[in-house]
Design a binder for this molecule. Structure first.
Ligand SMILES: Nc1nc2c(ncn2[C@@H]2O[C@H](COP(=O)(O)OP(=O)(O)O)[C@@H](O)[C@H]2O)c(=O)[nH]1
Ligand SMILES: [Mg+2]
Length: 303
């Protein structure tokens, strides 16, 4: 190992939809966290590992900090806040705007209390028309917190992201290699599979349905005689009418979600995937702690 090997935990925080998960995937060079144009796509902390000759960075992707509307929302915000405690360095992601809303003000307050080094990342700079708009964003944000650095990037277009890595290494302490150098994530494959299904559902479904869905994996098994993985999963939704939408006319919607999921899982697992998905209704599960726990959102883990 190199002499001044750097390492540490870097939390990605910010409002929903600013591109935290997209940026993390971009930095590690692989898609682990699911993303979508809908807010509140990420519900749990997702840990990934980036290793090169300079060091090892453990990224902690978090749900967006927002005003919670149910127990699931409370849980998500708690996950994000708790993750700050475990981080050596905080990346606060924002969009390139010159208006700082209530949501951002609240995040600034939380981050200032954390007493940790904060790097402001202005994401989505590809959406800016002129250079001077970026300068204005920097001016607007500069005074909000005491930032160690301000780095503009585009996670989607992979612009300036290598610069960001350099900046991270400059601010991380010397430390050990926490994970094997081949490790990209320690998320269980079952959880990743459930997330892929949820992502495909988020992409395919109309507005009101996606927020109320959860996905569980009932079975995930490699066959012994053939390179086939059998997966059985359930999509949980909150209403009968939503169940109808998820299944679709003659099952077309569920078929679409299924085949998009299968395609991605087959790439990931490098084998054929035999996927079965059921749909179940659990009214108001997002306000039921026990149901939430059984769907993978256990608040005890983040007390
Ligand atoms: N134009 C643009 N869109 C982006 C960029 N990064 C992320 N997005 C989009 O923003 C949306 C939210 O991304 P996501 O990573 O799920 O946001 P998160 O909720 O903060 O994790 C998705 O539609 C992304 O494709 C970027 O650099 N430029
Ligand atoms: Mg996310």
């Amino acid at each position: 190992m190199q002499e001044n090997f750097k390492s540490g935990y870097v939390a990605l925080v910010g409002r929903p939809n600013v591109g935290k998960s997209t940026l993390m995937n971009c930095l590690i060079g692989q898609k682990i966290a699911i993303t979508s144009k809908r807010p509140q796509t990420t519900r749990n902390r997702i840990q990934t590992v980036y290793t090169d000759e300079r060091g090892q960075i453990i990224f902690l992707d978090t749900p967006g900090i927002h005003k919670a509307e149910n127990k699931l929302g409370d849980y998500m915000v708690r996950v994000a806040k708790k993750t700050l405690e475990d981080a050596d360095l905080i990346l606060w992601l924002v969009e390139p705007t010159t208006f700082i809303g209530k949501g951002e003000q609240e995040i600034a307050r939380i981050l200032s209390e954390s007493k940790k080094e904060i790097i402001l990342v202005i994401n989505k700079i590809d959406s800016l028309k002129e250079e001077k708009d970026l300068v204005e964003t920097i001016h607007t944000y500069q005074v909000v917190c005491d930032f160690a650095e301000i780095v503009p990037v585009s996670a989607l277009r992979k612009k300036n992201t290598q610069e960001l890595l350099k900046t991270l290494y400059a601010h991380l302490p010397e430390g050990p290699m926490y994970f094997d150098e081949d490790t990209v994530t320690d998320e269980p494959m079952r959880d990743i599979a459930a997330e892929v299904i949820r992502e495909k559902a988020l992409h395919a479904l109309k507005d009101e349905v996606p927020h109320g869905i959860a996905v569980t994996i009932e079975k995930m098994h490699d066959r012994e005689d053939k390179p086939i993985c059998d997966v059985e999963a359930t999509i949980i939704c909150e209403r009968d009418s939503h169940k109808g939408i998820i299944i679709g006319k003659k099952g077309t919607m569920l078929k679409k979600i299924g085949s998009n999921t299968r395609y991605e899982l087959e790439q990931m697992l490098e084998c054929q995937v035999n996927l079965k998905i059921w749909v179940k209704v659990r009214p108001k599960w997002r306000d039921d702690k026990n149901l939430m726990k059984s769907f993978g959102y256990d608040e005890k883990k983040y007390r």
